[in-house]
Design a binder for this molecule. Structure first.
Ligand code: ZN
Length: 665
């Protein structure tokens, strides 16, 4: 490749020159000189005269600025091929405002001041083209001038200060709360003139002055990856649990507890809070609590129920959607056990008459697991229910969820639409979020802005802006949604459409060119329209905004280890309208499936993709039955039909189908 086209390529990539015509670029190109700098050499130095500008051909440089208080040079930016530097000093004649070091062998094209001036004299049009961009740069620089620079590497920040602003806002807006004194929050910013970022911060920090200081993007990245979790961890109570260690201790656990427990049966109401607290922190109770949690995780439970009963305390796990008793504990462990759980989830242990809820985040085997704990006073004591949210996203992927190819293709076709709204419906625990997140994961790429508002955040997805609803401070779905629309999103996920306002904004977002995913409680796809009408959304708004509906259920999957064929009896076959001599499958029960015959779950889907004729019916507010008929005529496979596919494929059993889906209406 010759040096000439190298230069042209470089110039056309350079923001400063991108508005120049090819002829103008050619004139500019003829004046560029190429220079090569070895690693760790300064190309320009802070304070030196600005006598040239540079365009990086290839290599990498760090832009460094001296922090006044410490005299340490901090890197404020790293630049690579195509980037230019030194142009402001060239234009203004001011001394260099930063030092630029080559961090590897770097070749640059140099435009010297005398050549630049000659170029402008000979080509007034180039001068004109540069005017606008220069004005913008000057303005930006004016705003930044006089602002402090802060190195995060030499700054100590308290967990309390960091927690003023949610982590997601920090990473999304690239801001960092550094310190707070005299009613002033010192806020580190990558772009100190970023008004949107400050607005966002003000949502969380009200009534204080904000002092902006410049921080480097690299340092913020390192800080968030390394320091932030450490600081937060120190600031919060975190419980490190290793499942294997827990289970090592499971043997003899119950007898151990009975031996070590000193509370006498029947006297629990007389126990003082201090006693309770020390009891709850005692080794046997801590171990019992950890074991209950550890076992639940090991068995893949989604919920733990701890239920005081007249004669004891029942612990049940929900696994694959089914609640099963795991252990019955003696009644005397109830108070300390429940207190222990309340302590770690930061609930008030002295309050036993009112419902409470809280949450714990634990690092378990290097995964972040969220526990949502709620307590309700019952006749025999407080019942504790803990929902487990494993936020690792290893299970995500539409093709992992959906084995039926035509259904998978149809859903992929729907999510490929540039705008409109897709509803996922079904009862609680039917896997709606998993479907939505799997869809999001397929859409997630560097050039797409995805924002989600959720309650709770169920999965962590890299590169997606996730916001947790917080009703305590009035941060509800509708409010977050409105804020999103100001942030130029491409795709929005609304965890749940619960109220009219949310439903309305979601529809408006879809109508104004956004792709919106949300969930709704509705029995099946066709009855979703009735739900939306009940929520006060006009049929014509629904018909113009909707792409389609995915209605779903989860059924238990037959354990592959003990799966066997059998012939269903005639009544069942007739009820399911199965052809004669159909063979079905069930699990016999084995060690790998705890003798249940099932392992894991599989989705049942009813996908309604809105075509023109359906759109017409929807717009007219047609009833559910009419829409169902029209949808089936258009090729929709009902929940029941999908179940039959699963039965034929040997993925689930008749019992599961009958338990989950209404077969005959
Ligand atoms: Zn089995």
């Amino acid at each position: 490749m010759n040096s000439c086209s190298d230069k042209m390529m470089c110039l056309s990539k350079t923001e400063l020159f991108k508005s120049l015509s090819p002829e103008e670029l050619q004139k500019l190109e003829s004046r560029l000189k190429e220079r090569v700098y070895p690693p760790n050499t300064a190309i320009v130095r802070e304070g030196a005269p600005g006598d040239a500008m540079f365009i990086i051909k290839d290599g990498k440089v760090d832009v460094k600025k001296r922090e006044q208080s410490t005299g340490i040079d901090m890197t404020i930016a790293s630049l690579g091929g195509g980037a230019c530097f030194g142009e402001m000093a060239l234009l203004t004649g001011n001394p260099r405002s930063a030092t630029v070091m080559a961090t590897m062998a770097t070749s640059v094209f140099v435009l010297e001041k005398k050549d630049f001036e000659a170029l402008l004299r000979e080509n007034p049009t180039i001068s004109m083209s540069l005017n606008k961009i220069v004005a913008e740069r000057v303005e930006a620089q004016n705003i930044q001038r006089g602002m402090g620079v802060k190195s995060l590497a030499t700054t100590n920040i308290d967990a309390d200060i960091l927690l003023l602003i949610p982590k997601q806002t920090i990473t999304r807006q690239k801001v960092l709360p550094i310190s707070y004194a005299n009613n002033t929050l010192m806020l580190g910013m990558i772009k100190p003139n970023d008004i949107l970022a400050i607005d966002e911060v003000r949502k969380f920090v009200k009534g204080v002055a904000i002092e902006q200081v410049l921080i480097s993007e690299d340092e913020l990245k390192v800080f968030m990856e390394k320091d932030y979790p450490e600081i937060i961890k120190k600031g919060e109570e975190k419980i490190e649990v290793s499942i294997d260690n827990l289970l090592d201790n499971m043997d003899n656990l119950q007898s151990d507890i009975l031996k070590d427990m000193e509370i006498e049966e029947g006297k629990e109401d007389e126990i003082g809070v201090a006693d309770l607290e020390s009891e709850a922190q005692g080794a046997p109770i801590v171990r019992l609590t950890n074991s209950i949690i550890g076992m639940a995780l090991k068995k893949g439970a989604s919920d733990i129920h701890i239920e005081p009963m007249e004669k004891g305390c029942r612990v049940r796990y929900r696994i694959d959607g089914m609640l099963k008793e795991e252990m019955m504990l003696p009644r005397k462990v109830i108070l300390p056990l429940i207190s222990r759980i309340k302590i770690i989830s930061k609930l008030d242990i002295t309050e036993r008459r009112m419902p409470q809820d809280g949450r714990i985040t634990m690092r378990i085997d290097n995964k972040s697991v969220d526990f949502r704990v709620s307590s309700v006073p019952t006749k025999f004591g407080e019942k504790i229910c803990t929902r487990i949210l494993d936020k690792s996203n290893t299970m995500l992927g539409l093709d992992k969820l959906i084995s039926h190819r035509p259904t998978l293709d149809l859903i992929r076709e729907m999510i490929a639409k540039p705008y409109g709204i897709i509803y996922v419906t079904g009862p609680t625990g039917s896997g709606k979020s998993t479907t939505l997140y799997s869809a999001l994961a397929e859409k997630n790429s560097i050039d797409v802005n995805i924002s989600t508002v959720e309650d709770p955040i169920e999965y962590d997805l890299a590169g997606i802006n996730q916001v947790q609803v917080n009703s305590d401070i009035g941060l509800d779905f509708a409010r977050v949604l409105r804020a999103f629309l100001r942030q130029d999103p491409d795709i929005i996920l609304v965890g749940e459409t619960r109220d009219k306002e949310t439903a309305k904004i979601a529809v408006e977002a879809a109508l104004t060119g956004h792709l919106v995913f949300t969930t709704l409680h509705a029995n099946d796809a066709p009855s979703t329209f009735m739900r939306l009408n009940e929520m006060g959304i006009e049929p014509f708004l629904v018909s113009t905004s909707i792409i389609g509906i995915i209605s779903q259920r989860l059924v238990r999957r037959i354990c592959p280890n003990c799966k066997e064929k059998y012939k269903p009896d005639n009544v069942i076959a007739k009820y399911l309208e199965l052809p004669e001599d159909t063979e079905l499958y069930k699990g016999k029960g084995c060690d790998t499936c705890n003798m249940s015959g099932y392992k894991g779950r599989v989705g049942v889907y009813e996908v309604l993709s809105v075509n023109e004729s359906l759109r017409h019916f929807i717009g007219e507010g047609a009833d559910t039955q009419t829409i169902r008929q029209e949808a089936i005529r258009g090729g929709m496979r009902s929940l029941k039909d999908y179940c039959l596919i699963l039965l034929n494929e040997g993925l689930t059993t008749v019992d599961e189908v009958l338990r989950t889906v209404a077969i005959q209406s």
